[in-house]
Design a binder for this molecule. Structure first.
Ligand SMILES: *Cc1c(COP(=O)(O)O)cnc(C)c1O
Length: 363
């Protein structure tokens, strides 16, 4: 049994039941006498795993036949390059909403391939970090696509609304690496969604991409074949050898999510978990979170101690209590509790108790 709670931002903890199943069938998978990672990706047993994973993902997210699901290499950042190469012209334009570390990086990468324009950035109002709504900016109808990050993993900022172009003709591209599958979404709002797997899906390296079919087949000539949506779509994401073990494990996570009751159910739990933590943070001023309430992430809860000098002690004692990986990203400091789908509510309750106790002793 698990004796720690792992709040790592990514690679992050995976559901206990999934890890146990993977362990049980690690060396003898489905009575084949081998591990799933030792069989051909083109053989029937693995093809079944691959197809089932896609079917379960489609069911969970409500993905229609207007969209293609790809299991690709290169994690989240791979798509920072794949998106411009696949759906923009060399003299084209991409528009970006920049709300934190990850959308900054996506825009910087896109600059290599085209003109970019930042429509708006996060800003501070009344001491709280917030995101300008579309009343204050709009998407150029000339843009090849519009890109944003629906959950800023480092900054703890989550955007619950989906930006739109006036005509509806500019494809909306979302980096959902750290909140995919945490709640229901309407796929039809998007041209492309993508996610590196290591937060809410499975092992790192894998990238899950959902592309609207009309955006396939537009890739630039020089696009690396393994990043080419059309080639990958035509070959069932097996243009080259896919990350088979990660794909298998993602499939187990999708099954687990279905057993939890799907995304509406997990969203309720995620809501409850994040509320517990933010309530504790807001209680006295000993802890602080600087994100405006409506943009507080349900996946990555960032907080500072009022007294920075206590940071090291907080982390040390937390670890002694079995609460690990709470250190905030080096770019922002403070603490960060990443509470993706796999984090049980008991883990959050244990953290809240620890925070109360730490404040009682040091407040
Ligand atoms: C982790 C993360 C990435 C980067 O993923 P890699 O697999 O390391 O490339 C990109 N975007 C977001 C929002 C992330 O959380």
């Amino acid at each position: 049994m698990q004796n720690i709670y792992n709040f790592s931002a990514g690679p992050a903890m995976l559901p206990q039941e999934v890890m146990q199943q993977a362990q049980e069938e690690f060396t003898d998978w489905q009575n084949h006498g081998t591990s799933v990672m030792e069989v051909s990706h083109r053989g029937k047993p693995f093809i079944e795993v691959a197809e089932q994973a896609e079917a379960d993902l489609r069911e969970l997210l409500g993905i229609s036949c207007n969209y293609t699901v790809l299991f690709m290499h290169g994690g989240g950042r791979g798509q920072f390059s794949a998106v411009p190469l696949n759906i923009s012209k060399p003299n084209g334009l991409s528009e970006h909403l920049v709300t934190g570390q990850w959308s900054v990086s996506a825009e910087a990468e896109a600059q290599k391939y085209m003109k970019t324009h930042i429509v708006a950035t996060q800003c501070i109002i009344d001491g709280k970090t917030t995101v300008p709504t579309q009343k204050d900016w709009k998407i150029s109808e000339n843009a090849d696509y519009f890109h944003y990050c629906s959950n800023e993993t480092v900054d703890g900022i989550e955007i619950d609304w989906v930006p739109k172009s006036e005509s509806g003709n500019v494809p909306i591209v979302a980096d959902m690496s750290s909140n995919i599958l945490s709640k229901p979404i309407n796929i039809d709002d998007f041209g492309i969604i993508y996610a590196g797997a290591q937060k809410n899906i499975g092992p790192s390296g894998l990238s899950v991409v959902v592309v609207r079919n009309d955006l396939i087949g537009l890739a630039r000539q020089e696009t690396p074949s393994i990043l080419n949506y059309e080639l990958q779509a035509k070959s069932g994401s097996m243009y080259n050898t896919p990350p088979t073990f990660s794909w298998y494990l993602a499939g187990l996570v999708f099954k687990w999510l279905k057993q939890q009751g799907g995304l509406a159910s997990i969203a309720k739990v995620n809501q409850e978990k994040s509320e517990l933590l933010y309530k504790q943070i807001d209680k006295t001023g000993f802890y602080q979170n600087s994100v405006a309430n409506e943009y507080r992430s349900k996946m990555n809860v960032t907080f500072q101690l009022n007294n920075d000098a206590l940071n090291a002690e907080f982390l040390k004692q937390a670890e002694q209590s079995g609460l690990v990986a709470l250190k905030g990203h080096r770019a922002v400091g403070g603490m960060r509790a990443s509470i993706y789908n796999a984090m049980p509510i008991e883990g959050v309750k244990a953290l809240v108790s620890f925070m109360q106790e730490f404040e009682r002793k040091n407040g």
